[in-house]
Design a protein around this ligand. Structure first.
Ligand SMILES: [Zn+2]
Ligand SMILES: [Zn+2]
Length: 101
């Protein structure tokens, strides 16, 4: 069974599956890690999610991969990432998230 990122659905190359720099577990309800369901995301998607959403938003409005995939804020990113096979990208934290830290 190939591993795919649950957000962008890109396939993770077999040799990178155990590499935390390529594949990461996202806790869908941050701050409640013990009981939170997790999703397997490629690193770009994981970083992008945390750059665009606060933990509070994630917990309250985007606690499934379906909701994340449908989020307007991620639409441009997802269109773009699906066109590349990059597993490392430059991510800038949005002001929106920065201001709530
Ligand atoms: Zn991804
Ligand atoms: Zn996460």
């Amino acid at each position: 069974m190939p591993t795919t990122c649950e957000l962008c659905f890109r396939r993770i190359p077999v040799e990178r599956i155990d590499d935390p720099a390529a594949v990461q577990e996202h806790h869908l309800r941050p701050e409640r890690r013990a009981e939170s369901p997790t999703a397997t995301l490629c690193r770009p998607c994981h970083e992008q999610v945390h750059a665009l959403f606060t933990n509070e938003e994630l917990r309250e409005s985007y606690d499934t991969t379906e909701k994340l995939r449908a989020a307007d804020r991620l639409a441009d990113y997802l269109d773009w990432i699906r066109s590349t096979d990059a597993l490392h990208i430059r991510v800038e934290t949005s002001e929106h998230v920065e201001n709530r830290r």
